[in-house]
Structures are given as structure tokens and as C-alpha cells.
Design a protein around this ligand. Structure first.
Ligand code: MN
Ligand code: MN
Length: 327
């Protein structure tokens, strides 16, 4: 399979793993709920302003800060899109297989596509059409595959690999490459996943600035100081946007409002910012007026999946995680 030249992943990922004794299961469970609900809330909030530019958003909404639905997809208030739906599909695949089975993941993605979702990215569609035709679970390298589709749906892998950093890397890349095969897509998926992972383990104590510095030394393109307002679906721009607004705001609400009012790929940026901020600040930081409007079926599915993933793949390092099919 042809591979890209250019940046490759470092053998040793940057960022110090958290101390095992700092991990408290109940707190992790709470933050996991914060991250997953944060993802869905960011998706639903951002879908309203997807593909708009900031001036259009200002003209139409002033500051967009309520679950109004609408947008180019004409959504109901609180309705979620592919970002949350594909995450739920991935989580269900991990639970069904008892670990990472890329075929099971691809089958769940395909079933989601077959159910005619409200939206779907080009690279995602191309990858799933390939899987349907050929049964191959890894997309061929494409210079156009540096989109954010693999990163946007990776939260269930993060939740299922809290106790095992090597599995986090392997499973993240396996699920992302079903549709996206590009070194920047790999790096963006791991960078955003790792930050969220460490925020889940350590909450507000997570050394976010140090982690961002270490990651962006290895991958300078992702440095949030390079953020210039670009918010298309290019994973480098997505990561810069999310990190820029996460590091320049002070709570969940201000982070999400700033992110989605930038427009562009606002639902995906909102979902990824919501997952990171939800892990970092916890579920109680998510505004009640947003949660109240969130699609109740999505909320139920998320709550069930968080518990099921943490039960099946315990985050405490002293309890071994043994995925099905691993040696
Ligand atoms: Mn979407
Ligand atoms: Mn999007």
C-alpha cells in the first residue's frame, strides 16, 4: 500500500503518561460522561453554524449560544450529526468485539451509512463504499485524506484504552484508517485523543500546556499559535482551532461558544472541543440549557455506552485490559 512521505509518527509518543496512583475510577467515570456529553453538545450546537463564516453568524445570531437547531441541515434543536453518531457506532463495535476488530468497526460504520444519516463526509463515504465493495479495512493513502473524520469519532477508543497507552495508539489508528490514511490524519487523531485521554485521567490537573508543547514539537503544523481562523475540515486546522479556543477560554461554555462561533466545520470543531473541555472541566460544567435540549435518545445511548465501555475496558492500570484476538 503506498504510504505518504513526510511526517511519520514518533516511536515514543510525546507526553508523560499519568501516574497510576492518580487515577480515581469514580472521577474518571464522571469525566468520561462529561467528555461524551460534551462531544454531543458541541456537535449539536455547532451544526447550526456549520459552513458559515463568523460575520454571517454575527449577522444572524449575534452570538450563537443556544441549542436552536437549523443550519444547512435544518436540524431540530439538540439534534446530533455524524460526529456523535459515528462515535456511538465505534463504541458499539468495541463492545461487540470486546476490543479492536477493524472489520467489526467497518461493519458498524457501514450500517450507520446504510441508515441514511443526515450528513456524511466525502472521505468517510469513499472509505465505506470501498469497504462494502472490497472488504478491506484500511484506506489507501491519499493526499486528500487529511480530513478530521477519524479524529472526530475517536472518543470511544480513548475511553476503552485509558489503562493502556499502546492500545490507544493502535486502536485509534485502526479505526481512523478505515476511511482516512494520511500521516496528518494519524497525528491529529492521536494528538487530540491523547489530550482528551489525559484530561480524562487527571481532569483539571492534566498538564495540558506541557502536552500541547510536546506534541507540537513533534508536529509543528498543529501548534495552536499558528491558528489564523481557518476552520475547514483539514485536520491540522481542526486541531489548531480546538486547541486555540480550549487554551484561550476558561470554562466549558466559553470554550464551546468561541469554537462554534468561528463557523466552518463548526459541528466537528465543537464536538472535539466539547470532548476535551468536558473531560477537563467535568459534566457539571456543561450548561443545563444545552443538556436539556440534547436529543434524549443520543443522551441515553451515550450514558449507556460510557458505563459499558468503562466496565468492559477498566481504566485502572492494575486491572489488565485484554482485547479479544490479542496474543
Ligand atoms: Mn457533522
Ligand atoms: Mn462537520
Amino acid at each position: 500500500m503506498p504510504r505518504a512521505t513526510g511526517p511519520t509518527l514518533p516511536d515514543t509518543l510525546p507526553g508523560a503518561p499519568p501516574r497510576p496512583d492518580a487515577v480515581d475510577f469514580e472521577r474518571v467515570r464522571e469525566r468520561a460522561l462529561g467528555a461524551y456529553l460534551g462531544l454531543a453538545v458541541g456537535d449539536a450546537l455547532g451544526a447550526t453554524t456549520e459552513f458559515m463564516i463568523p460575520a454571517e453568524i454575527r449577522a444572524r445570531h449575534g452570538v450563537h449560544q443556544n441549542m436552536t437547531g437549523g443550519g444547512w441541515l435544518h436540524l431540530k434543536p439538540g439534534q446530533i450529526t455524524d460526529d456523535t453518531q459515528m462515535s456511538l457506532a465505534l463504541g458499539n463495535a468495541l463492545l461487540e468485539a470486546g476490543g479492536m476488530d477493524p472489520h467489526c468497526v467497518a461493519r458498524h460504520y457501514l450500517a450507520w451509512m446504510a441508515a441514511k444519516p443526515v450528513d456524511i463526509g466525502h472521505t468517510v463515504r469513499r472509505g465505506l463504499v470501498r469497504y462494502r465493495a472490497l472488504g478491506t479495512v484500511e484506506a489507501a493513502y491519499s493526499p486528500h485524506a487529511a480530513g478530521n473524520g477519524g479524529a472526530m469519532r475517536n472518543l470511544p477508543v480513548v475511553l476503552a484504552t485509558l489503562g493502556d497507552r499502546a492500545a490507544f495508539v493502535e486502536w485509534s489508528l485502526a479505526q481512523a484508517r478505515v476511511t482516512h490514511n494520511h500521516p496528518e490524519a494519524d497525528a491529529g487523531t492521536l494528538l487530540l485523543g491523547d489530550l482528551t485521554r489525559q484530561a480524562l485521567l487527571l481532569g483539571g490537573e492534566a498538564p495540558v500546556q506541557t502536552l500541547i508543547r510536546t506534541w507540537t514539537e513533534a508536529f509543528p503544523a498543529f501548534d495552536p499559535r499558528r491558528f489564523r481562523g481557518e476552520t475547514d475540515g483539514y485536520v491540522v486546522h481542526t486541531a489548531r482551532t480546538v486547541l486555540h479556543f480550549f487554551t484561550n477560554t476558561f470554562d466549558f461554555e466559553s470554550c464551546l461558544v468561541a469554537t462554534v462561533n468561528q463557523g466552518g466545520d463548526a459541528d466537528t470543531n465543537g464536538a472535539l472541543a466539547g470532548a476535551l473541555a468536558g473531560a477537563f472541566y467535568g459534566p457539571d460544567a456543561i450548561p443545563g440549557r444545552w443538556l436539556k435540549r440534547l436529543d434524549p435518545n443520543a443522551r441515553r445511548a451515550i450514558e449507556g455506552q460510557v458505563d459499558a465501555l468503562l466496565e468492559r475496558f477498566p481504566p485502572c492500570p492494575r486491572r489488565a485490559v485484554t482485547p479479544a484476538g490479542s496474543p
